[in-house]
Design a protein around this ligand. Structure first.
Ligand code: CXF
Ligand code: ZN
Length: 423
């Protein structure tokens, strides 16, 4: 039902860039029209939280995704200067599962008690893009990294105990016992899906699985190469496995993602998947490329050798222009597709040899793996319930909200894939 009362609760507040989060008592306003207030059951840390947690005003970041308050990029060619707003203090978190506590006016598809996952991407279901199978980016409420909500871009529903506003993050802000999210960014899921598993469908796992399933449309028997084996990269492997790929090559090329060891007798590390053997068996990766053992060979040469000509599908899951290039070079002439999922961390452009495009290769990218949240997440939830899609193997750790900084440490040290944070 509708509610008009603010709620006092606990949240992990980020007071300044790069600082540990602080557990504070905050006030969460009731949902306004078209909004939903959610009682968060659990949340998890995605690398994008870390990216924007680190972000300091004036330093080089993926600025092109950020929109200063009140200024819409769709205004035309005379774009505003990237005068990045001070977005601290802020409540991070965007991968979560919860239960609807109350709904604002005009919310028709959600009700109190619904089990839901919030998503950073909205689906209004009415615009041209939402009505087309060719797009998953709602054009009515365009995605941008901003301080407020899609219909109230400067607004916030959070205040600290002194009444000072706390910014939203990706319209979700799930590191709080309660949050307010636009109804276009809330997806109902089957109550049968356990909270920690449903939570994974909210961002990382869906992005990777979706990229293989919806965007690349990987066919049985095909070859897939994955650049970067964090949660998104391994979710691509999971999607490729479900689609029946027969060769899945993993290139764990970045120290900020899961530390895998090539020496399988290495022990004593505080993680479950510390060897290529365990990762291979758990996630269906059939070949690994050890960056340390490449010698004179490039990663692309190694992949071309394994696949006898180049992989059918190459996925970039880190956000580095040079790696996007490696992925492109590793794809097969004639039909190779390179799929970009990483957000380029220096804002660098991608340059590719144009004549190779003439030879039939293509590059594509997407937000959220091409998944339409309200349409496709319930399908993934059903695949999970049918035991077709495996999600639980992505959960390597769990903590309670008071220990949320441990989740940051684990991710930064490459020790975790997903750490469930219980409210
Ligand atoms: C990202 C995608 C690009 C902008 C920030 C959020 N997705 C999820 O983590
Ligand atoms: Zn995310």
């Amino acid at each position: 039902g509708q509610s008009s009362q603010p709620i006092r609760c606990k949240a992990a507040v980020c007071r300044a860039a790069g600082e540990p989060l602080v557990i504070e008592e905050i006030v969460v306003d009731p949902p306004k029209a078209h909004e939903v207030r959610i009682k968060i059951v659990c949340t998890s840390l995605c690398h994008s939280d870390v990216t924007f947690w680190r972000m300091q005003v004036g330093l080089s970041r993926p600025f092109s995704l950020c929109v200063p308050p009140s200024i819409d990029r769709s205004d035309g060619p005379s774009r505003p200067k990237w005068d990045f707003p001070a977005v601290f203090p802020r409540i991070f978190g965007h991968e979560a599962f919860g239960v609807v506590e109350s709904v604002g006016e005009h919310v028709e598809d959600l009700a109190t008690g619904d089990a839901v996952v919030p998503t950073f991407l909205g689906q209004c279901t009415e615009c041209v893009d939402c009505g087309s199978d060719r797009s998953n980016v709602c054009s009515k409420y365009r995605f941008a990294v901003r301080a407020g909500l899609p219909r109230d871009v400067d607004g916030t529903r959070f205040h600290d105990r002194h009444g000072a506003p706390l910014s939203h993050f990706l319209g979700v802000s799930s590191f709080s016992e309660y949050t307010v999210v636009d109804a276009t960014q809330v997806v109902r899921v089957d109550h049968a899906v356990p909270p920690a598993s449903a939570c994974l469908l909210s961002c990382g796992a869906t992005t990777g699985v979706g990229a293989a399933w919806k965007l690349a449309k990987v066919e049985p028997g095909s070859s897939v190469a994955i650049f970067g084996l964090g949660a998104v990269g391994l979710a691509v492997a999971e999607g490729a496995r479900i689609c029946g790929a027969s060769t899945i090559i993993g290139y764990p090329c970045c120290e900020t993602v899961l530390n895998v060891d090539y020496n399988s007798d290495h022990g004593g590390r505080d993680i479950q998947y510390n060897t290529v053997d365990t990762v291979g068996k758990k996630f269906g990766v059939t070949h690994f490329i050890n960056p340390q053992e490449l010698g004179e060979k490039s990663v692309s040469e190694a992949i071309i050798e394994i696949t006898d000509g180049g992989a059918d599908y190459c996925f970039e899951c880190i956000g580095l222009a040079s790696l996007m290039n490696d992925a492109f070079r590793s794809s097969r002439e004639g039909w190779g597709k390179t799929i970009i999922l990483g957000v380029e961390m220096h804002g660098a452009p991608l340059s590719i040899p144009s004549h190779e495009i003439l030879h039939g290769k293509c590059v594509m990218g997407s937000l959220f793996g091409g998944v339409k949240p309200k349409q496709d997440i319930p399908i993934l939830a059903q695949k999970y319930l049918n035991r077709e899609l495996e999600l639980d193997k992505f959960i390597t750790h769990e903590v309670t909200l008071k220990d949320i900084n441990t989740a940051f440490d684990l991710l930064l040290q490459g020790k975790s894939l997903r750490c469930t944070i219980w409210m």
